[in-house]
Write a protein that binds this ligand. Structure first.
Ligand code: CA
Length: 251
């Protein structure tokens, strides 16, 4: 089996640049994004954004919501205001729209863990590699939820959330903070992301970045942000992990 750079179906042996990057790693940790990677939550967020913004007369579709994944709520709303009205939203308008979004999101129920993500986590853990989480989410109950669905994989000292950073993705701060918190260098980690802004953040931090396209975006949206490896789903990624580890001389 070969590593596949999915869009052009190249074998890793044909992608010497990627093979060399993997070889240069001294792998100690995987940094996982959360929404759209650990949890299949993005379709709920996208539906809720479409509901909230169209109810206020804006044009907005799910693809646009996926493109903005990782932005804060007020950034998303201001972005839509600026593009469609030529000015930003007031604090009051932001709060009103964000409340409509949040209320609708609640009605959609709890998002399930991403299919096959457990196989990814188990492989990484059994190889003795640390598992960190780097998310823009600011839910207070995050750790409880993670421990409920993925018992034994996550700990508070290996988490960067909205509470740890001033600037969210696509700024590199969340990933740089993860390195700092974990006492890690850029050569010691692989990032797993699903969204264009998340990939931009990780690449700006100088990290080897895998994207798993778990949503509705075209692969090009991720490739153009500089991902090193791209998979179509977690099964493909889980099945290729032994190859990634072999290339990086870690197994
Ligand atoms: Ca994500």
């Amino acid at each position: 089996m070969h590593l596949i750079y999915k869009v052009n179906n190249m074998k890793l042996s044909d992608r010497k640049d990627i093979a060399d990057k993997l070889k240069a790693l001294n792998l100690r940790a995987f940094l996982f994004d959360m929404d759209g990677v650990l949890f299949d939550s993005m379709s709920h967020h996208a539906k809720a954004w479409v509901h909230a913004l169209t109810s206020k007369g804006f044009e907005f579709n799910e693809y646009e919501a996926y493109m903005r994944e990782g932005m804060t709520g007020s950034s998303t709303i201001n972005d839509v205001y600026n593009r469609q009205l030529g000015h930003g939203a007031t604090e009051e308008e932001c709060q009103e729209i964000y409340k409509i979004k949040s209320d609708f999101f609640e009605t959609l129920g709890e998002a399930k863990p991403m299919a096959n993500i457990i196989d990814v986590l188990q492989f990484v853990k059994s190889a003795g590699i640390d598992i960190h989480i780097v998310t823009g989410s600011g839910q207070r109950s995050l750790l409880n939820r993670l421990n409920h669905h993925f018992p034994g994989f996550f700990s508070p000292d290996k988490m960067v959330t909205a509470f740890d950073v001033k600037k969210g993705k696509p700024d590199p701060e969340p990933y740089l903070m993860a390195l700092q918190k974990g006492g890690l260098t850029a050569e010691q980690v692989i990032v797993v992301e699903n969204a264009p802004l998340g990939v931009l953040s990780a690449k700006a931090a100088g990290l080897f970045t895998v994207a798993v396209n778990t949503g509705i975006l075209k692969d090009e949206e991720l490739l153009s942000r500089g991902v090193d490896l791209l998979y179509g789903n977690m099964r493909e990624f889980a099945d290729d992990l032994p190859n990634i580890f072999r290339c990086s001389n870690n197994v």
